[in-house]
Design a protein around this ligand. Structure first.
Ligand SMILES: *[C@@H]1O[C@H](CO)[C@@H](O)[C@H](O)[C@H]1NC(C)=O
Ligand SMILES: *[C@@H]1O[C@H](CO)[C@@H](O)[C@H](O)[C@H]1NC(C)=O
Ligand SMILES: *[C@@H]1O[C@H](CO)[C@@H](O)[C@H](O)[C@H]1NC(C)=O
Ligand SMILES: *[C@@H]1O[C@H](CO)[C@@H](O)[C@H](O)[C@H]1NC(C)=O
Ligand SMILES: *[C@@H]1O[C@H](CO)[C@@H](O)[C@H](O)[C@H]1NC(C)=O
Length: 435
């Protein structure tokens, strides 16, 4: 019996009727044929003998076992509170062993600048709020970063009561393995998000107005041209000219920013050995590295790994992240891209490793995974439409029917009020776990 293979994730659909439910004003009619169960399992397992099975492993080498289960496919389908395995067995429905799982409540999400990480932070804060968890908070609401340049001092955060450790981290910080292991609850899963490096730079240029940080760059940019193009003509010339804004401790992150946020030191940017070791270290420490270009796929993978639900991973683009869509793509040539990639070796290595790894995982999971992603996208879109509709016209709640990947659940007005809210909103709401 393979416990953790991510294959054969079938869920018996007890209430197919619910799948034919019509949602408000008929704008979402789900009707799907019953899934064909070609379950290859020959043994039915009860909760008891699943436990016995896992105990067969020699747990002496516990770090090894723990690591393997988070690195390999420790994936599950959450059946929700209404699920009852013995009931389903009585009904002679075969249930694969991997449906039994408990949601993982400890997660450190390392925010990386301009990678869609604000969107993800909201998901994580919401999760912390839902389960009344201890979420890492800075002492005051105006700070977006906890600690500085990899150091987290005692004065940099609000102290949890009774010496408790954080369940959730979703602020900006530079990843420091040692420090995070001291501050986070044991058994924390580390999660982060990456983005194609050149796209990330473009976004950072817009968001931070980086042209102001390089003296002369604005003047050398022809009217109507994007300043990022001027920068990309000679990044090696501009980089040393960078001028820090007064009062900021950290620079705005234009070079190897993703690697920097994840803890690579500047002196190692061009040391290929150090970069390899660094990337390997991230691979060892992190359960899931999301890729912005595959956001839905990444989230479904995260959901499976963490034993979360669709409800937990619903997302919407926050106010700060989506508005800055480019009206026109700046004329970036292949040569500019090559130059930029050369100067951002660490980011390119990091991104390439995890993008390829994600693509491989998606491929391995095959059609069933793709169907789940497709369904999640539909659900997410409809929830978004509901939450963004005019308040007066919005019905009191919207029901998302049960599918083979989720229990039925509903979203309501209070949910929409929290949906897409950023750090400052959460700073207030999340205090309650500290009392
Ligand atoms: C587990 O492995 C350790 C070390 O190899 C060994 O001493 C111990 O007897 C094993 N336990 C079981 C239950 O096999
Ligand atoms: C535990 O894991 C380490 C690292 O993989 C290995 O060298 C060691 O032999 C393992 N010990 C046991 C008892 O299996
Ligand atoms: C599961 O179902 C069995 C049989 O119907 C019942 O005895 C048991 O109490 C149920 N357990 C839960 C947690 O609902
Ligand atoms: C990481 O944290 C440890 C433990 O607090 C500290 O000793 C070390 O200096 C930190 N590293 C950096 C780069 O700040
Ligand atoms: C490059 O990194 C490796 C591994 O961290 C280190 O041993 C080596 O001294 C570094 N080389 C230079 C020139 O800094």
């Amino acid at each position: 019996m393979q416990l953790n293979r991510g294959k054969a994730v079938f869920i018996p659909v007890f209430a197919l009727g619910a799948a034919l439910l019509h949602i408000h004003r008929n704008d979402w009619v789900v009707s799907r044929p019953p899934p064909k169960h070609k379950v290859s399992l020959t043994t039915m397992m009860t909760t008891q003998n699943i436990k016995a099975k896992s105990n067969e492993k020699n747990m002496t080498n516990s770090t090894e076992v723990g690591k393997r289960s988070s690195q390999s496919d420790d994936e599950h389908i959450y059946l929700g509170s209404s699920s009852n395995i013995s009931k389903s067995i009585r009904r002679k429905k075969l249930v694969p062993s991997n449906v039994i799982c408990k949601p993982n409540l400890n997660v450190a999400f390392m925010k990386v600048h301009k990678c869609g990480s604000t969107t993800l932070s909201n998901v994580i804060y919401r999760f912390g709020y839902k389960y009344k968890l201890i979420v890492a908070l800075p002492p005051t609401r105006d700070r977006s970063t906890i600690g500085s340049l990899g150091t987290i001092k005692d004065s940099d955060y609000k102290h949890p009561p009774g010496g408790k450790r954080w369940n959730i981290f979703a602020h900006h910080a530079m990843y420091n393995r040692t420090r995070f292991h001291q501050l986070m609850a044991p058994d924390t899963r580390y999660v982060t998000i990456l983005r194609e490096p050149l796209r990330r730079l473009q976004s950072a240029f817009k968001y931070f107005h980086l042209q102001r940080r390089f003296p002369g760059l604005k003047e050398q940019t022809r009217h109507g041209t994007s300043p990022v193009v001027t920068y990309l003509t000679r990044p090696q010339y501009w980089d040393p000219l960078y001028r820090q804004p007064i009062g900021n401790k950290e620079h705005y992150c234009f070079r190897n920013c993703m690697a920097r946020d994840l803890g690579l030191k500047e002196k190692d940017y061009d040391n290929h050995t150090a970069v390899q070791e660094f990337v390997q270290g991230i691979e060892n420490d992190f359960t899931t590295v999301l890729i912005l270009e595959y956001l839905s796929e990444s989230l479904v993978l995260l959901k499976r790994r963490m034993c979360w639900t669709f409800h937990d991973i619903l997302y919407t683009y926050g106010r700060s992240s989506r508005k800055q869509r480019y009206k026109r793509n700046p004329p970036i040539t292949g040569a500019m891209k090559d130059r930029f990639y050369n100067r951002n070796y660490a980011d390119v290595m990091l991104y390439t490793r995890f993008k390829e790894s994600l693509q491989r995982q998606i491929k391995e999971r095959g059609a069933k995974f793709r169907k789940e992603v497709k369904h999640f996208k539909r659900v997410n879109k409809h929830v978004g439409r509901y939450c963004n509709s005019k308040k007066k016209k919005r019905p009191g709640k919207m029901v998302v029917p049960k599918s083979r990947w989720n229990d039925a659940f509903s979203v309501d007005r209070p949910f929409c009020g929290r949906y897409g809210k950023s750090r400052k909103y959460w700073h207030q709401r999340l205090q309650s776990a500290y009392h």
